[in-house]
Each structure stands twice: as C-alpha cells, then as structure tokens.
Design a protein around this ligand. Structure first.
Ligand code: LMR
Length: 329
C-alpha cells in the first residue's frame, strides 16, 4: 500500500502538473488616462510586449488607455479592489495615500528632467516607491513625462499678475491648489478626461501640463497662449496592488520586474523626444501661441510661487526637500 500511495501521489502530481500547463494566463490589466502616443502610453505598450515575450502563455497584459476603463477618480480604488493590476498615476495624484510624494509638486523644485531622474534613482527617491505599502499599494517604477507649461485663454501670459482671477484646472493635488491660490487664481480639481471640454466651454480658463499631454489632448486648440514656464514636473509612479504582487509565482514576478525595468528605460528615453516633437507640432499647428519667457519672467513666477514650499514643508519633511534639491547639481 506504500507503493500504491507513492504511485497515486505521482499520478496526482502529473495530473496537477498538466492541469497547470493548461492553465489560463494571468491577466494583467494596465489602465491609464493618456493617449498611446505619449511617454506613458509608449511605456505601457513596451511593458506588454516584453512581459508577454518573457513569460509566454503565463501572462497576458491588457492595456486600457484614455481613461477607457477607469479615470483619475476611480483607478486607485480599482487597484485596491483587484479590478486592475497596474496603473501609473502622475505623482500629483497620491496625496490621499502619502504626503511625501507631494514633494514632486513643489513649484520649481527641480531644474530639469535630469535632476528629476537623479533624485528618483537616489536612495530617498527609491524609498518613496514603498511609502504606500501600508495602504496596500506597491510602487514598481518611476516613469517620466516632462516639465509643465502654463496655458490659458488670454493673449498675455508672461507674468504672475496675468493670471489673477482666472480659473485653472488642476490635478487632484493640494500643493497645486495652493500654488494657484498663491498666484491669486482659482484652481479647480478635475479629472484628466474632462479637461478638454472644460477648456472649450470656458468652465476653466487655463491649465498646466506637458507638451505631449497638451498636444495629444488638443488643449492647444482651445487655449490662446502657452507659456514655457517649466515650473514643475509631471512624472508617474507605476503602482500595483501589494498583496497581488507578493502572491504572484516567483518566476512571474521576476519576469515582470525585468519587463518593468526595460519598459521604464524605454518610456524615459522616449519622454524627452515625444515632448519635443509635440512642442514643435503645437507651434506648427498655429492655434495657441507658444510664448517663450525671459529669465526675468521665469524668476518672477518662481518668486510668486515660493511661499507654497513653506506650507507643505512639514508634511513632506524638510530633509526630503533638501535631498531632492541636491539632485539639481
Ligand atoms: C493630468 O491629469 O493632467 C496628468 O496627470 C495626466 C497624465 O497622466 O499625464
């Protein structure tokens, strides 16, 4: 009977082995709010391509761009509920989950995208990826988009005074809210998918975004002036459900980590290129006027926005702000 037991164990193992081989792939839904032809859109496509190549038959990545499946308001809950597995919200959209990531919204914190990149690769930057695990969210990577430009429906957009009393759409961020209040403007939190219509109908006068988002959403067709302020950054944290991620078979998680690393390289390389391409397309389209600011103009914006830092210094932590500033050199 010992032999019989051994035989039946072997039989059971063989059965479960073949049952496993025939198993359906793990479906990984990746939801985001922007167009395919943007840095994030391209990163998601690259991730799918590499993940499915490295883990044939084991995973299937389904991408839902353009807020098709979930928009800004719902995507984080959808991850926590397991309705989607990966999202990549902008770093401005995490303040309900961690106050630290608000760091990235401080106006004029980073001199350029190289500084942003250096900080994200630093120990302090990397630590933020795990700052929401207590809330069930695991950060997998940072992806770049680019520096923000300011646009509105007026002919003049040169100095802070020009936007006094105007309404601006902002992402769901208290720092950005404070930034526009500081300038004497009226900020309004709106989901990304609603911005075009809000600009078109005059619900808001202006907004702030990267060249690639402005172009792919056609904001330049419903705005008069875009000033190249470079006053802040829109970058992303690719996040997943911490429990789901931990529960994946080891080989699958390892494969997905490799795919994520390669997709990150790709997205980050494309980011500068796509934003530059779209900046030119916006100029060529000749709808909104693209206005170059002088050094003095930019200094005036910087000075006007400066008080925002003080308001959030304690929440974010002065040490973290110092650490980020170090990446400017
Ligand atoms: C926005 O809401 O303006 C951006 O965060 C959209 C995005 O994901 O780039």
């Amino acid at each position: 009977s010992a032999i019989f037991a051994a035989l039946s164990t072997t039989f059971a193992l063989t059965l479960s082995g073949s049952a496993f081989a025939a198993q359906a792939p793990i479906i990984i839904k990746f939801s985001h709010v922007v167009a395919d032809a943007t840095p994030k859109g391209q990163g998601a496509i690259k991730f799918k391509e590499i993940a499915e190549k490295l883990l044939p038959g084991k995973v299937q990545v389904q991408i839902f761009p353009n807020s098709q499946l979930f928009g800004d308001a719902k995507e984080m809950e959808a991850v926590l509920l397991g309705d989607v597995q990966i999202i990549a919200p902008s770093l401005s959209k995490f303040d309900r989950y961690t106050k630290k990531v608000q760091l990235f919204d401080l106006p004029f914190l980073f001199d350029d995208m190289d500084a942003v990149d250096r900080f994200q690769h630093s120990a302090d930057g990397r630590a933020l990826l795990s700052s929401m695990t207590g809330k069930g969210i695991q950060g997998l990577a940072y992806w770049h988009n680019g520096m923000k430009q300011l646009s509105d429906s007026k002919d003049t957009l040169t100095r802070p005074d020009d936007i006094k009393g105007l309404k601006f759409r902002i992402q769901a961020s208290d720092v950005l809210e404070a930034q526009f209040r500081q300038l004497g403007a009226n900020p309004q939190k709106l989901a990304f998918s609603e911005v075009y219509q809000a600009l078109q109908t005059g619900v808001v006068d202006g907004q702030e975004n990267t060249w690639s988002n402005i172009y792919s959403q056609k904001f330049h067709e419903v705005q008069k002036t875009i000033a190249n302020t470079n006053h802040g950054v829109i970058d992303y944290m690719v996040v997943t459900n911490a429990k789901w991620w931990k529960g994946l078979p080891d080989d699958v998680r390892t494969g997905l980590e490799t795919a994520m690393a390669q997709a990150t390289d790709h997205a980050n390389k494309m980011a500068a290129e796509l934003n530059e391409r779209d900046r030119k397309r916006i100029i060529d389209a000749n709808k909104a006027r693209v206005q170059t600011l002088s050094k003095e103009d930019v200094a005036a914006w910087r000075k006007a926005m400066e008080p925002v830092w003080k308001k959030f210094e304690t929440q974010i932590s002065p040490e973290l702000i110092q650490s980020a500033l170090k990446s400017n050199t």
